[in-house]
Ligand binder design. Structure first.
Ligand code: B3K
Ligand code: ZN
Length: 873
């Protein structure tokens, strides 16, 4: 497979103005008739051939302006249809047959649980009909869906239904019209035996919008939260961005087999059922929050993505980075803002930093790719969002909002580039963003080495910041970036933020300094007392910041920093220092000794009257094994696990009474509601329970059993069950696990959790369990959720996946090889843990590489090929 390059971009020679499609549905032979109103672009060569994309289609007829074409008039390859000569304006008609039931890639038109659905982004539409399958071709659509009245009573597509009826053969049809020109990746069709929940939303200009959530009958009781989230998101986008919905109907459909979380098809969002269905008994608080965020994300795409879309797929972050930023802000406004930031950054620093440091590192705007599906990454999404966040901070909210208004107004109905977006921001603010643009083209995580010195005699604080971005594949040399560093100086006497005076100007107590050179020294004057610097507040830039903090400094910031995020981060840094020592002790076979400063810091937290329980829960949570691993030059999985367990147990033993008190104070029998207050209470209570359970004494086990048996809500049940299953008390956990599995055998989303709980336990029998569970009737390689819940989750189980006999790697590679045939997109994603081989010891490196080599010897999809090739380069 050959890469595509951004620098080769050419505007399309032919546009589609209007698209008419007729689907006659059948599992193995769906007929798709297309009637495309096309025009040559005025600047295109009159002799330019018409090249359409098309894959896995069997062509039955082709005509231009009503004249059937013969074999000699066109050429077919596996991927294209070329017509050598076409007029300047014409109608192209085609008739193709496709087989939805054999489509296991879940791209294009496929069947899930008997219903028909589509996934077209990025390049799935070419599996439906011959078409210029690129986002800069935007057309209005009219779509007729014909189906069996019994099997597919519901026939949906984008826009508004304009006609329906029954044909002579008894089959029924519905015709849909979408008046908004759109690229074909936003096309959607759904047909099946679905039920709907309906609600209404009155827009800011007073229009009534009908909201429909379509699900299978047994899931009708799992729609409340998604519907409520949708309405909140619609209101938020009006109030925050002035964006109103633009059709009379907005539909969400839940499907069981879906590669990603959801898809923003115009007026007809299709969701992975895991990203939309919730019920207190089946979904955890985390799932509730996830649903809220994804519903909002897809809805926000209606403007940031659909009305204004991407010129080409290299610009993917234009819509994804901006939309993730929007959904993050929405969730922050709806729930606890500091907790949202802590959780997002915690995930980002673990997973995106790892991606940026590995062989698949790429810029937010890549300059080439083999398979675009491989680029729906944490870099494009989350780092893209961080860069938009930096823009918001550089401009301030008001100017940023004006820039956003300008962007939506100027480019409405167009397919544009990242320059167009950043250009609007520069235009409204008069800020020069040319150096800032490097964030989009340079891969890798910038590192800042900071160094500070207090000059008593002159009452000055000298802060030196040095930046470097490590080399990444294809980018050996990096340029300095424009890095906004939000900071404060916290006086060690007063415990307060000191007023910052820089170059004679008072810039406030919490200010942003701009690092633009390789190295800069900032001299703060009138610094009356020795300070501890609080740097990169609220994670003001996606960088690694190194500062030689002492443990005393960190304990001080933990209690005194005015920035909630940095208070949390100080705790994480303090824990990491202690963990470092313990990892070393474990390696050297020396007895482990717990750092008392960590215990005292935790004691203070546990007995403080912190009002935000959710933040407290985060502060009491140790860095994950994956995050600890990120900080190590060579990852020692066993030492990391042992050290972290040691810290957990030491804290639990030292603070048992405090944890018990916190646990008991937060048990509640109030009816479940996904409110921030309740979720905060549950998270704090469950963090305490986890510490208590790390001792595995009878009292803790009894608490877990009781919480499990109370069966109050899934958050508590799953947590208790997880703690039991991850303990050595198989006598208690085995019956609980069995009971849970039997009680929920009918619910695929709960069975996913049942799989995950078992394969994430630390005991060494996990690999055999995975193998056994792969034969379980509830498991299927064809369902991405199952693959993620069982095999994906196992690969996150660090000590078991990285077993020294290599069996964990082999199991993953076997799954990749099987999935490569069934679903290349999922297969390529599943390889990720193996691509990180450079981070491990020699033995594991060799084992991981051997599995990558074994995969490489298979006949590979372009998806898997691209990842394996990079990983072994
Ligand atoms: N835009 C979709 C991406 C689906 C692409 C999968 N190949 C999901 C989202 O970001 O909203
Ligand atoms: Zn998105």
């Amino acid at each position: 497979p050959q890469p595509v390059y951004l620098s080769d971009y050419q505007p399309p020679a032919y546009h589609v103005i209007h698209t008419e499609l007729t689907f006659d549905l059948d599992p193995t032979e769906t007929r798709v008739k297309a009637r495309l109103t096309m025009q040559r672009h005025p600047s295109a060569d009159a002799a330019a051939p018409l090249v359409l994309d098309g894959e896995h289609l069997s062509l039955r007829a082709l005509a231009i302006d009503g004249q059937a074409l013969s074999d000699a008039d066109y050429q077919l390859t596996d991927e294209t249809l070329t017509i050598t000569r076409v007029p300047a304006a014409f109608t192209l008609e085609s008739d193709v047959a496709i087989s939805p039931s054999s489509n296991t890639a879940l791209e294009g038109l496929y069947q899930s649980n008997g219903m028909y659905c589509t996934q077209c982004e990025a390049e799935g539409f070419r599996r439906i009909t011959y078409y210029p399958d690129r986002p800069d071709v935007m057309a209005t659509f009219k779509v007729t869906v014909i189906g069996d009245a019994q099997k597919e009573p519901v026939l949906l597509a984008n826009g508004n239904p304009v006609e329906q009826g029954t044909r002579e053969d008894g089959r029924h049809f519905v015709t849909w019209e979408d008046p908004h020109p759109k690229p074909c990746y936003l096309f959607a069709l759904v047909a099946g035996d679905l039920q709907k929940v309906e609600d209404h939303f009155t827009t800011m200009s007073g229009r009534d919008v009908t909201l429909q959530l379509w699900v299978e009958k047994e899931n009708l009781d799992k729609t409340d939260h998604a519907m409520a989230s949708l309405k909140r998101a619609m209101r938020w986008d009006e109030e925050t961005y002035g964006r109103e919905y633009d059709l009379d109907l907005f539909m969400i459909v839940a499907v069981n087999d879906f590669n990603m979380g959801a898809m923003e098809n115009k007026g007809l969002n299709i969701f992975n059922s895991a990203a939309v269905l919730t019920h207190p008994k089946t979904a955890t608080d985390a799932a509730f929050q996830n649903v809220e965020g994804i519903v909002a994300h897809e809805y926000f795409h209606n403007w940031s993505g659909n009305r204004v879309t991407c010129r080409d797929w290299f610009q993917l972050s234009l819509k994804e980075g901006f939309t993730v930023f929007r959904d993050q802000c929405f969730s922050a406004d709806t729930n606890s803002a500091p907790v949202k930031r802590i959780q997002d950054v915690s995930f980002f620093r673990t997973a995106q930093f790892a991606e940026d440091a590995g062989p698949t590192a790429h810029p937010i705007r890549p300059d080439h790719y083999i398979e675009i599906t491989n680029f729906y990454t944490l870099t494009i999404y989350e780092k893209g969002a961080e860069v938009v966040r930096m823009l918001r901070n550089l401009l301030g909210w008001e100017a940023f909002r004006r820039g956003s208004d300008l962007y939506f107004e100027r480019f409405d109905g167009q397919a544009v580039t990242i320059e167009d977006f950043v250009g609007c921001m520069a235009e409204v603010s008069d800020i020069d963003l040319s150096q800032f643009m490097r964030w989009y083209s340079q891969a890798g995580t910038p590192e800042i080495d900071a160094h500070g010195e207090y000059d008593y005699a002159n009452a000055e604080y000298h802060l030196t910041l040095r930046q470097r971005t490590p080399a990444t594949p294809g980018q050996p040399d990096k340029q300095p970036l424009h890095i906004p560093v939000r900071m404060g100086l916290v006086g060690t006497k007063s415990g307060q933020d000191l007023t910052l005076t820089l170059d004679g100007n008072k810039i406030g107590k919490d200010a942003v300094i701009h690092l633009t050179d390789d190295e800069q020294t900032f001299i703060f004057t009138e610094v009356a007392e020795a300070p501890v610097p609080s740097l990169l507040r609220d994670f003001s830039a996606p960088v690694k910041l190194h500062f030689p903090y002492s443990r005393e400094d960190l304990a001080f910031l933990l209690t005194h920093d005015s920035d909630g995020f940095n208070r949390w981060d100080a705790g994480q840094r303090l824990a990491l220092l202690a963990l470092d020592d313990l990892i070393a002790a474990h390696r050297n076979g020396v007895e482990k000794v717990m750092d008392n400063r960590v215990i005292e810091a935790f004691r203070l937290l546990l007995t403080s009257s912190m009002d935000d329980k959710a933040v407290l829960a985060e502060m009491l949570t140790l860095p994950s094994e994956a995050y600890i691993a990120e900080q190590q030059p060579i990852v020692d999985v066993d030492a990391i696990h042992a050290a972290r367990e040691f810290v957990r147990q030491s804290l639990a033993l030292a603070l048992r009474d405090e944890f018990l008190a916190v646990y008991k104070a937060n048990v509640s029998d109030a009816p479940y509601a996904p409110t921030p207050e309740q979720m905060a209470q549950r998270s704090l209570k469950n963090v305490a329970l986890a510490y208590l359970m790390s001792i595995e004494d009878d009292e803790s086990v009894a608490l877990c059993e009781a919480q499990f048996a109370t069966d109050h809500n899934m958050t508590d049940v799953r947590h208790a069950l997880t703690l039991l299953v991850h303990s050595d008390r198989d006598d208690v956990s085995a019956p609980a696990l069995k009971a849970f599995g039997e009680a929920w055998a009918h619910d695929p989303l709960v069975m996913d959790q049942w799989f995950t709980i078992q394969v994430t336990r630390p005991q060494p029998d996990v690999l055999e369990r995975v193998e056994y569970l792969m034969q379980h009737p509830a498991f299927s390689m064809k369902n991405p959720n199952k693959v993620r819940a069982l095999i994906g989750a196992f690969a996150q189980n660090r000590i078991n996946f990285h077993r020294l006999d290599g069996k964990g790697y082999a199991l993953l590679a076997d799954a990749v090889i099987e999935l490569n045939r069934l679903n290349p997109e999922i297969a390529a994603r599943l390889i990720t843990p193996l691509t990180r081989w450079q981070r491990f010891d020699e033995t594991r490196q060799q084992l991981m590489r051997a599995e990558l080599e074994r995969i490489k010897r298979e006949p590979l999809s372009s998806n898997v090929f691209e990842v394996v090739e990079k990983a072994l380069a």
